[in-house]
Design a protein around this ligand. Structure first.
Ligand SMILES: [Zn+2]
Length: 342
């Protein structure tokens, strides 16, 4: 039970809670802390750019995966058939290339796309392979420059960074992808590559895992709301498990002690639509924890009459479309609740 801690309100009761290690670690990372403190999280333009960045990265890493599959294919082919510089494309390779072209938005009208189609499942010579790899490298460079543009925007506007720099290595002779780290190879075009400086090295940006998790697992919204509540309380807990009256643990997105530690507020945060079950669950937690105010925050609009009715009856505060809300309005609404309870 060493992980458990207690939080007390002055008059009423105390709660036993446990912090989630992953969340504590995440919050302590300097670059995550910087993002939370920058005030960017509830800005709609920031959110759009962050999502755009993540979409580019999905494309980017898919291309790299496909290139690896393609490399393996060519490598196996050369090794077993020694047919260099003539390759025979199979359906599998065809799909890998098609995927790459689609991901890189290579137009179906370009010569490389058309010729490739004609020669499908026939012998493709080395020149075709060169054309294809050139196209892939150009495509990756384009994705990378889109990433850099967004990164500059984050930096200029909020002085934060979501990506980190790295490199991609290619064979200078045929454009074969070597990897994200340099390694010595004998390329299937025949070139021996022993040193990093003998490669075709391209700048690349990477998305850090923790940044990815922070934004895709909904943590960003919990931390953003917790940051807003800072003005009401310095006793705020984000991403914790709290022991209910029944003796079972409940996951809580946010718990704060307000009004000089006399009032407990709990909140649920969703960067998706909410349904009736979400607010019902929150209400059960409210009952279990014996909190005084419960709130639900969502990025989406809530218009389901049943949800509105339920929240009205059980006094659950709904803050929908959080991007359009001013922090001041959120705080005022909560202050009104505090005044009613006092
Ligand atoms: Zn090569």
């Amino acid at each position: 039970m060493t992980d458990y801690k207690t939080i007390e309100t002055k008059k009423l009761h105390k709660l036993i809670y446990k912090e989630r290690g992953v969340r504590v670690k995440l919050r302590q990372l300097t670059h995550i802390k910087k993002i939370i403190n920058s005030g960017c999280l509830l800005n709609l333009e920031f959110k759009k750019n962050q999502e755009e960045l993540f979409n580019i990265f999905v494309k980017y890493s898919n291309v790299l995966e496909q290139i690896k599959a393609l490399n393996k294919f060519f490598f196996d082919l050369i090794k077993t058939k020694k047919e260099y510089p003539k390759f025979r494309l199979t359906i599998k390779t065809h799909f890998a290339l098609r995927t790459i072209f689609t991901l890189l938005n290579v137009s179906k009208n370009t010569a490389v796309y058309k010729n490739f189609d004609k020669k499908l499942l026939k012998k493709v010579n080395f020149d075709d392979f060169l054309k294809i790899t050139k196209k892939i490298i150009t495509g990756l460079e384009k994705l990378n420059s889109e990433i850099i543009d967004l990164e500059e925007w984050f930096n200029d506007k909020y002085n934060i960074s979501l990506t980190e720099g790295g490199h991609l290595y290619f064979c200078p002779n045929c454009g074969r992808f070597i990897g994200e780290k340099f390694r010595r190879i004998k390329c299937f075009c025949g070139k021996n590559i022993n040193e990093g400086r003998n490669t075709l090295r391209k700048e690349a940006r990477y998305l850090k895992d923790e940044i990815y998790n922070f934004f895709t697992k909904g943590f960003w919204l919990e931390e953003a709301i917790c940051e807003v509540l800072k003005q009401l309380s310095d006793k705020r807990y984000c991403g914790i498990d709290v022991l209910g009256r029944s003796g079972i643990l409940h996951e809580l997105d946010i718990l704060t002690a307000l009004d000089n530690k006399k009032i407990f507020l709990i909140a649920e945060c969703k960067d998706t639509d909410i349904d009736l079950k979400d607010v019902m669950k929150l209400n059960v937690k409210n009952e279990e924890i014996n909190s005084h105010i419960s709130c639900i925050f969502t990025t989406e609009k809530v218009s389901d009459e049943r949800i509105l009715q339920f929240c009205k009856y059980y006094k659950v505060l709904i803050f929908d479309k959080v991007f359009n809300r001013k922090s001041r309005d959120i705080l005022n609404k909560i202050k009104q609740e505090i005044d009613l309870i006092r």
